[in-house]
Write a protein that binds this ligand. Structure first.
Ligand code: G1P
Ligand code: ZN
Length: 546
């Protein structure tokens, strides 16, 4: 069989290709520089050292530059041992669907082209993350090695690959290379049907219950259409913004109450649907609402655990659960009641992957609208929506009813995240350094009505591979059930974002019904005062609150 010609291209290294919380994320203007995609891809392959004949999965969220990046990436992949590529039609694959496909097809690696919930379009963001054969994101020691190599390499290898048509499903053979363009939804839909009781959900919808799903002009549109509408029978007008667009129609594809304000408005007042949900650019996040109810992602995963055996795919229960450190401790309370281990990991989905792979956990979540189970190795937006639909269908209570009863039983964890966007990253770093220096003095003090039992900088030791991750966020844990966490975002593409996470566990009925802002504003002000946020950043109030 003839093979494709391989060319060695000389080019000086880019020195800014350091992957962050979830892959390499940069402005489109940075990614579209000459050879930028190729150089990063080469650094990945030089790290992975795949044997000849390897299989690769590729797909993205459809944002601007997706198609071009895929073609460029494929040329480098083929020159570095890949001889079989599975790619989503039109270059689309949601992050959880890609994770599933990598596992299902025993691929040696996967590339997911996304900047998640960051804006798209020519002036927006682009991103590249790569996953291991487990379907999970590459661990830190691997991404560190990619960065090291990227700073030293003097070029890359590319195959002389003609433009590959991604518009039609099917198999193309090209001189020793097999490219399979797959329906991005099919395998994922089969997986969902194996976990959830589709019949019960369809019956529940047929009985007159209504849902509303906002795909935010991002990748979940085709998934929602196939599963919610065609398979479960929801009317077509249950979907909002269901067409994937390269610039997300100018929207910010971030499922949170600010960026999905239209959906929040639809959840208010008489006639609101029984469940409303939105997902992000690449389909791994979820925001879920009920009539006049915002479901905190921290509560969502806790309620899921409390009800997990009522869902067919989880009848046997789960071996344990995990949450990222800044996520509220609502999950811990339920886990304790069931006698299950609850692991606390640093921010970023990849930290759950070892625990999932080792069979230690079966459910996990992050406050940042991320929830999933062992069915893949990424968080999964539509999976969370289907879990809640299944729960509503078997339970009979409304979403707000389930939540109220949950709080009455376990207490409520009021929870908020205050974000401070700091244009000058240096000042944000100074703030964190000053705060770390302050920690020994804070321990045991009693500011504004609560003793600080623990004041530390979260350090994680992975229980599976014993790897260490230091400086994962400053924690102030109060004896009265309150907690403040400070950390800097690792996904931004400019400046810095200081995230301040606030939490209070309350059990008295009068405190449970308090509005979350009323319950947490004093704690947020205390957090600002302790870290001297105004002094360091010039910001006297958060730039955003979620
Ligand atoms: C944010 C979220 C984090 C999530 C990540 C990727 O990271 O906080 O939970 O895993 O996006 O979706 P951050 O910007 O805080 O580093
Ligand atoms: Zn995402």
């Amino acid at each position: 069989m003839s093979t494709l010609d391989i060319t060695d291209v000389s080019f000086p290294p880019y020195v800014d290709q350091r992957p962050g919380t979830a892959g390499l994320r940069k402005k489109v203007s940075v990614f579209s520089q000459p050879h930028y995609v190729e150089m990063f891809t080469q650094a990945v392959f030089s790290t992975l050292k795949l044997p000849a004949g390897s299989r690769l999965v590729i797909g993205g969220d459809g944002r601007y530059f997706n198609s071009e990046a895929i073609q460029r990436l494929m040329a480098v992949a083929v020159a570095n041992g890949v001889s079989e590529i599975i790619v989503g039609q039109h270059g689309l694959l949601s992050t959880p669907a890609a994770s599933h496909l990598i596992r299902l097809r025993h691929a040696a690696a996967g590339f997911i082209l996304t900047a998640s919930h960051n804006p798209g379009g020519p002036s927006g963001d682009f991103g590249l993350k790569f996953n291991t054969p487990t379907g999970g994101q590459a661990p830190e020691h691997v991404t560190d090695e990619v960065f090291r190599i990227s700073q030293q390499q003097t070029g890359y290898r590319r195959a002389d690959l003609p433009h590959v048509d991604l518009s039609r499903t099917g198999i193309t053979r090209l001189a020793g290379l097999v490219v399979e363009v797959v329906d991005p939804v099919a395998d994922y839909a089969v997986l969902m049907e194996s976990l959830f009781d589709f019949q019960r959900i369809a019956d529940w919808l047929r009985a007159g219950h209504r849902i509303r799903f906002d795909a935010m002009h991002a990748v979940t549109g085709p998934y929602a259409r196939r599963i919610l509408v065609e398979r479960l029978g929801a009317p077509l007008d249950s979907l909002r913004h269901a067409e994937p667009l390269p610039d997300f129609g100018g929207l910010h594809p971030d499922p949170n109450p600010i960026d999905a304000a239209g959906l929040v408005a639809e959840s208010r007042g008489a006639g609101a649907p029984d469940l409303l949900a939105a997902s992000d650019g690449d389909g791994d996040r979820n925001m879920i609402l009920g009539p006049d109810t915002f479901l905190s992602p921290c509560d969502s995963v806790a309620v899921m655990l409390a009800n997990v055996t009522r869902i067919p795919g989880y009848r046997e229960g789960v071996p344990g659960v995990a949450r990222s450190m800044p996520t509220s401790r609502a999950l811990d309370v339920v886990a304790a009641s069931l006698g299950l281990p609850c692991y606390e990991t640093p921010t970023g989905w990849r930290f759950f992957c070892n625990l999932l792979e080792a069979g230690r956990i079966g459910l996990c979540g992050e406050e940042s609208f991320g929830t999933s189970s062992a069915h893949c190795r990424e968080k999964d937006g539509l999976w969370a929506v289907l879990f809640w639909l299944n729960l509503l269908a078997v339970d009979g209570r409304s979403l707000p009813g389930i939540l109220r009863d949950h709080w009455a039983r376990f207490g409520r964890h009021h929870y908020q995240r205050w974000d401070y966007v700091v244009p000058d990253a240096g000042r944000a770093n100074e703030l964190m350094e000053a705060l770390r220096r302050l920690l020994p003095a804070l321990q045991g003090t009693n500011p504004a009505g609560g003793i600080i039992d623990t004041a530390d900088d979260f350090h994680y030791r992975d229980p599976v591979d014993a790897s260490e991750s230091a400086h994962q966020g400053v924690r102030l844990i109060f004896s009265n059930g309150a907690r403040i966490v400070y950390r800097l975002s690792g996904t931004g593409t400019a400046g810095a974002t200081l995230r301040v996470y606030l939490e209070r566990h309350v059990t008295l009925p009068g405190e449970i019904v308090l509005s979350t802002p009323a319950a947490l504003t004093p704690l947020g002000e205390l957090a600002a005062q302790i870290a001297r946020i105004a002094h360091h950043t010039g910001l006297s109030a958060p730039t955003g609150m979620i």
